[in-house]
Design a protein around this ligand. Structure first.
Ligand SMILES: *Cc1c(COP(=O)(O)O)cnc(C)c1O
Length: 439
């Protein structure tokens, strides 16, 4: 057996060693998780909601005029990055899903966050008779709808990017938006929200505390809607719709996903909602031929801990001697979402962890090799392909699932999750740190 013992795993985690951990409960042939009640129909419903709301989004956000209200990102071939990352010969091709460039929110949160605010707004407008199904939803940008939305507060707790997405979307519709920010949140993210008229409440504690504060506020007020990053199916489904669009992009790029052409996807993970949504959607479409790996900072491996623990337990990184401090602010989460964990338990292939130094090196490589401008969190998965092909745990995974012969025709997809709005000076600082760390 090449499996790590529990003791060895615990020791590696505590000492913040980067590693690849393969999920012993992974069931390659399973696509759905019956007890969570979420299915492909829900993924399609989220995509349909985005389509219905596209005319509204195009009216609210001038940057969406060109795409007629569609919020999407390109699939990129990245041969120069593949070379820079030293992928061994014969291990397949590297691609990148450029969610770091998603408009409106500047991160993957544009998917889940905007979906949940739209679902809430749509529900209110239908209940009040402002629209009926089939109407032009562009009308939700007009005065009667704004007056209705203005009676409600929309709250969220966030390390930054979810706050940007919910805050910007809610404020654009006329809701009173309130974002509870953890201590890790970057100053520019708070400033940007305030420019959009969002009420930013700063907390001294971590992400979990910011979420709890928001949730408490909302419980006391029926005109208050709380976006619960730790529990929300609507967020997760907003992310999952990405899989349907990616499937079209893969076809257009001539990429087949089958037994001879496995697809490996590497997704940065915070609380787990975004990567679990995407992975769930992909498993529905590609089943055993897609292999999803999450990537977490060595100081915040909450999803790995949650999957390694007995079902029903929800361990915190603090219990394992870690401090949850990382420059990957989008991933600085001490405890995973229980919903995302349950959904992923049989579907996720594994989790890799990454040090902050690696994040900066990889951010630099994305910029220097391909001109891609990403934030540190978005680089978390870059070490995945090499770990899969070269580490003992990765090779054991490939052998166990009979994938070795297919590796020359494999495709690896790095999901870059944020970066568009990072201020230039801040980005230059990240880039310089990464350059200085090159071996
Ligand atoms: C939020 C975020 C993630 C992860 O999403 P979770 O739902 O918290 O797991 C990854 N990358 C970036 C840049 C993010 O903002």
């Amino acid at each position: 057996m090449h499996e790590m013992s529990q003791d060895h795993l615990e020791q590696s985690l505590r000492s913040a060693q980067p590693l690849l951990w393969c999920n012993p409960r992974f069931q390659p042939e399973t696509a759905a998780q019956a007890d969570t009640g979420i299915s492909l129909a829900d993924v399609r419903a989220a995509q349909a909601r985005f389509q219905r709301c596209a005319p509204l989004l195009a009216r609210l956000f001038p940057e969406l005029a060109a795409s007629a209200g569609r919020i999407e990102s390109p699939l990129l071939a990245t041969p120069a990055l593949q070379q820079a990352l030293n992928l061994p010969v014969g291990s397949g091709r590297l691609w990148l899903k450029a969610d770091h460039s998603l408009p409106v929110a500047g991160s993957i949160k544009a998917r889940g966050g905007i979906h949940e605010v739209l679902e809430f707004a749509e529900g209110l407008a239908l209940a009040e008779g402002l629209i009926t199904p089939g109407d032009d939803y562009g009308r939700l940008a007009e005065a009667p709808a704004r007056a209705l939305f203005g009676r409600y507060r929309v709250l969220v707790g966030s390390t930054g990017n979810l706050g940007l997405s919910i805050g910007i979307m809610a404020a654009a519709l006329g809701f009173r938006a309130e974002v509870h920010m953890s201590a890790d949140a970057k100053a520019w993210k708070k400033a940007r929200l305030r420019q959009h008229g969002v009420n930013v409440i700063e907390h001294l504690g971590d992400y979990e505390e910011a979420v709890a504060a928001g949730r408490r506020q909302a419980e006391q007020d029926p005109f208050c809607y709380f976006v619960d990053d730790e529990r929300s199916p609507s967020l997760l489904l907003g992310y999952s719709a990405a899989a349907l669009h990616l499937a079209e992009q893969l076809t257009q790029a001539g990429i087949t996903v089958d037994a001879e052409h496995p697809l490996f996807v590497y997704l940065p993970c915070g609380v787990g909602g975004a990567p679990a949504g995407v992975a769930f959607g992909l498993k529905q479409l590609f089943g055993a031929h897609v292999h999803c790996f999450f990537a977490e900072p060595t100081q915040s491996p909450c999803f790995l801990l949650g999957l390694a623990a007995e079902p029903g337990q929800l361990p915190s990184v603090y219990q394992h001697g870690l401090d949850n401090r990382t420059e990957a602010d989008g991933l600085a989460v001490p405890r995973a979402s229980a919903l995302a964990l349950e959904l992923m338990r049989p579907l996720l292939s594994g989790v890799l962890t990454v040090t902050d130094a690696q994040l900066f090196r990889q951010l630099y490589l994305a910029g220097s090799s391909q001109g891609l401008r990403i934030e540190p969190s978005a680089a978390a998965g870059f070490g995945g392909p090499a770990l899969l092909c070269q580490s003992p745990a990765g090779r054991a995974y490939l052998a166990r699932h009979g994938l070795q012969a297919a590796m020359p025709q494999a495709n690896h997809l790095l999901w870059t999750t944020g970066g568009l709005f990072v201020p230039e000076a801040e980005y230059q600082d990240f880039y310089a740190r990464g350059a200085a760390l090159q071996a």
